[in-house]
Design a protein around this ligand. Structure first.
Ligand SMILES: C[S@@+](CC[C@H](N)C(=O)[O-])C[C@H]1O[C@@H](n2cnc3c(N)ncnc32)[C@H](O)[C@@H]1O
Length: 268
């Protein structure tokens, strides 16, 4: 399988992208812990994180399920190599960073209690196949939580034509590589089709009044920097909008979809 629209080895702005992931994880850590708890994670769970990147969120999963095992699945060898260092307290049954793609998970059927995919499915050319794989490895009664973007939830007001240009350029570039900037709204149907039950979607939106603007800007537009190829000066755009936000003239808001589902318990 190809890495679709997020191939870290060829991105060219590795340090910026790693810092962006770190900043994103730190800024919402408390909020995310609450999301994961309400999605069903428990202290003794065997957990699988799909597309763990450098492991900043893996660290949170280890904190929430300290008595279980934690499989950190990631295709990029460079990112995977950072996971051990970024997970401060290893869970009791072990941390297992494994190089793999989501469509061929190394785990046996019915072996995982909780799986998490955060900003991953938008990059994958066949998300349906990957969601079915997650369903396969979950134990009956196991939970899956996917958090992902949808550009329909991005608001900059007053509008700036450069923002629309960044979004449109990035949407087509990501689509060309097999990704989908509108995957958030599609996850409910995809998970139901894969056999999950009790599938529920919610939208979490944050504004420039709630998050430091730099963090929000990087969440909404930072990944896109790797797709723009110098067509727009993102630093200048950041400076201009930042001044407007600080003076109270500009509102920025962005949302993500949080979609959860369970694997049915069958009684033979
Ligand atoms: C935007 S990053 C998110 C990393 C991490 N989940 C986070 O939120 O910090 C997307 C991650 O998905 C990984 N990825 C891309 N294609 C994948 C695939 N087919 N299977 C599993 N992971 C994949 C990338 O290598 C990258 O680490």
């Amino acid at each position: 399988m190809s890495t679709g629209s997020y191939n870290f080895e060829t991105m060219g702005n590795a340090e910026f992208q790693t810092e962006r992931l770190s900043q994103q994880a730190r800024a919402v850590r408390g909020l995310e812990a609450g999301i994961l708890r309400s999605a069903g994670i428990q202290t003794g769970h065997d957990v699988l994180e799909l597309g763990c990147g450098p492991g900043f969120v893996t660290d949170l999963l280890a904190e929430l399920a300290p008595q279980g095992s934690l499989y950190a699945i990631e295709p990029s060898p460079t990112l995977l190599a950072q996971v051990e260092n970024n997970v401060r307290h290893k869970p009791a049954r072990g941390l297992f960073p494994i190089q793999a793609y989501g469509d061929h998970l190394p785990n046996p059927d019915n072996s995982i209690d909780f799986s998490y995919a955060r900003f991953v499915l938008q990059h994958i050319p066949q998300p349906d196949t990957v969601i079915s794989e997650i369903h396969r490895v979950l134990r009956p009664g196991g939970h899956f939580c996917a958090v992902d973007s949808d550009d329909g939830l991005v608001v900059f007001f007053p509008e700036d034509t450069r923002v629309n240009q960044v979004l449109q350029t990035a949407q087509s570039a990501q689509l060309e590589k097999g990704g989908d900037r509108f995957i958030g709204r599609k996850l409910q149907n995809m998970m139901t089709k894969a056999g999950f039950i009790n599938v529920k979607s919610r939208v979490l939106a944050l504004t420039s009044s709630e998050l430091p603007f730099e963090v929000l800007f990087n969440i909404l537009l930072g990944y896109k920097a790797s797709l723009l190829k110098d067509t727009i000066d993102l630093n200048k755009l950041f400076q201009d909008i930042s001044e407007q936000v600080t003076s109270g003239h500009q509102l920025v808001a962005g949302g993500v979809f949080i979609v959860t589902g369970e694997k049915e318990i069958t009684h033979n």
